[in-house]
Design a binder for this molecule. Structure first.
Ligand code: ATP
Length: 232
């Protein structure tokens, strides 16, 4: 569904992504894991059109989308839940959700209800200001806002960051549920354990390169992955 070929991204003189090739099959959950600075966020930013690749191809549903604008990429069905949630603190939960649908002109009520069914906590807090939500609720809102664009692929940058383990488990349950409903997931995570337990396919990134590929299950028991990312 999403095919990345020989992608390179530079920031000034620094090569953050050094020619990576990987695929995200339709309806799968794929994770990129790796240490800080490995180039994971940069990869998602390049797919979203937020940074221009220096080289390589990004193909979505058979169409080349490399270098297209972020709006054009969202319209085609790829959305990003950014690191740090980036919700609007002075808007209500409901207003934040509506912003996620800003490129659409059709009726939103059904989709708002769909998001509220996934996150009953957000329905209860529909009129609460985004900035007063807890960290876990803000992450739910960031996911809900991304879903309002009706994505085919939802990319998530560190959804578990700074959240308590029980809240993290809830977020991963929701990722599985969204995937069951037919949405493809590309997830980057420091929490390699949860990510690999959830993912069909995992890619390990180190200093701008993909160094290991496998099923989530296989990578969970891989000695190099255990030593570097699972604290074993
Ligand atoms: P983290 O989990 O810490 O976010 P990451 O794997 O997502 O790490 P990136 O954020 O993609 O890594 O960063 C890859 C490299 O690119 C790092 O060396 C980083 O310092 C550099 N980099 C990222 N953004 C920029 C920027 N806007 N300008 C210059 N260098 C940047």
């Amino acid at each position: 569904m999403l095919k990345i070929t020989d992608l390179k991204v530079n920031y000034g003189g620094i090569e953050a992504v050094k020619g990576i090739t990987f695929e995200v099959p339709e309806k799968s959950i794929v994770t990129l894991i790796g240490a800080n600075g490995a180039g994971k966020s940069t990869t998602l930013r390049a797919i979203s059109g937020l940074v221009k690749p220096g080289q390589g191809n990004i193909e979505f549903l058979g169409e080349e989308i490399t270098g297209k604008t972020p709006e054009a990429i969202v319209k085609r069905g790829i959305t990003l839940v950014p690191e740090g949630r980036k919700i609007f603190p002075d808007l209500t939960v409901c207003e934040n959700l509506k912003i996620g649908a800003y490129l659409r002109k059709d009726k939103l009520d059904d989709d708002i209800n769909w998001v509220y069914d996934l996150f009953p906590r957000l329905r209860e807090r529909s009129w609460q200001m985004g900035g007063t939500l807890s960290g876990g609720e803000q992450q739910m809102l960031a996911v809900g806002r991304a879903l309002m664009s009706r994505p085919k692929v939802m990319m998530m940058d560190e959804p578990s960051l700074g959240l308590a383990p029980i809240v993290v488990r809830g977020i991963f349950d929701i990722i599985r549920e969204i995937n069951k409903q037919g949405i493809t997931i590309l997830l980057i995570e420091q929490n390699a354990n949860m990510a690999l337990q959830t993912a069909d396919i995992g890619y390990v990134m180190e200093t701008g390169r993909i160094t290991l590929t496998g099923s989530g299950k296989d990578l969970l028991v891989n000695d190099a992955v255990k030593a570097a990312y699972l604290g074993a």
